[in-house]
Design a protein around this ligand. Structure first.
Ligand code: SF4
Length: 306
């Protein structure tokens, strides 16, 4: 759902998608190219979730102090880096026995309640990895692992780091597939893959960087060993891109309004909800401070109770 424009201008939701891809930079009124909005998926996602959180993360300087680190972020980062390092091994070294060393080497300790919970999380992560790599061909070489892909449109300069980009046979030759690892407690389905703006932008950018079709996006959920996939069309990718551009325009309008003297709290409103309990800036946010905060280990603790 689109929020009203922070500057009061009419919202752009509901407008027919107008993909701006591959246009050259627009000329502004004074013949100068308009500034492109430099962004990553998390930057766009922060604003879409809560404009105030975006402001705290990307506009206010110095930024307000963040809360303590989250155990689930530590767990996710540890697993992602272990898988990255798995592909850095020579194919003959990609054996299940290597995983414990890889995971120990990348393990992030922050956020856990105590040593016992951390040890349990390590064991669980190792089991996920063992089960996941059992389904991989050690000889497969992805086109990219934690690979940055970037693209410019008439509005955006997008860059993002894809967990993995595979090359697989398609009807008319090799096609690229975006793979995103997930380590959260809840499983994911095809709607999650279809609706993910980040995955769509990775696919759009990868297709242009590698000059090969990239329409399929996959969420690999390690705790359940399931894959949620979606096959985009050029039209569905263009729709996601158009939405990202609308978000970028809203952000630039809000930043411009503040620069011209608008109240930053009005230009970047809060959107309170259950996510406030997990927000890094809850303590700094007048709205979020009214929401009870989660313990840093709450998300991994729930998994403990399975
Ligand atoms: S605490 Fe809630 S309302 Fe405040 S910035 Fe975070 S997500 Fe937004």
């Amino acid at each position: 759902m689109r929020r009203p424009s922070p500057t009061g201008r009419p919202g752009t939701g509901g407008r027919a998608p107008r993909p701006r891809a591959e246009q050259s930079e627009q000329l502004g009124f004074e013949g100068m190219p308009e500034r492109l909005f430099v962004c990553t998926p998390s930057k766009l996602g922060a604003y879409a979730d809560c404009p105030r959180r975006y402001r705290y993360s990307y506009v206010d300087r110095p930024a307000p102090p963040k809360g303590p680190p989250w155990a689930h972020n530590s767990l996710g980062a540890s697993v992602h880096t272990a898988l990255k390092n798995w592909y850095a091994l020579a194919p003959e070294g990609r054996r299940p026995e290597a995983l414990a060393t890889l995971l120990r080497g990348t393990w992030v300790r922050e956020g856990y309640r105590d040593d016992e919970q951390e040890r349990d999380a390590y064991r669980r992560a190792l089991a996920w990895l063992e089960s996941y790599v059992a389904g991989l061909d050690p000889g497969d070489e992805p086109v990219g692992v934690e690979r940055v892909v970037a693209v410019k449109t008439g509005v955006l300069a997008f860059n993002g780091r894809a967990d993995r980009i595979d090359s697989r046979p398609g009807e008319d030759g090799p096609e690229l597939v975006i793979v995103d690892y997930k380590t959260g407690r809840t499983g994911l389905d095809a709607d999650d893959a279809r609706g993910s703006q980040a995955l769509a932008l990775y696919a759009y950018a990868a297709e242009r960087v590698f000059r090969r079709p990239c329409r399929r996006v996959e969420l690999h959920h390690l705790p359940t060993g399931t894959v949620a996939a979606h096959d985009h069309t050029p039209e569905s990718l263009a729709r996601q891109l158009s939405r990202a551009e609308e978000t970028a325009r809203d952000i630039m309008a809000a930043e411009r309004a503040v620069a011209e003297g608008a109240d930053p709290d009005e230009a970047f409103p809060t959107t309170p909800g259950p996510r406030c309990g997990w927000c890094d800036y809850r303590r700094a946010c007048p709205t979020g401070a009214q929401t009870p905060g989660k313990d840093p280990w709450a998300a991994v603790e729930r998994a403990d109770q399975d």
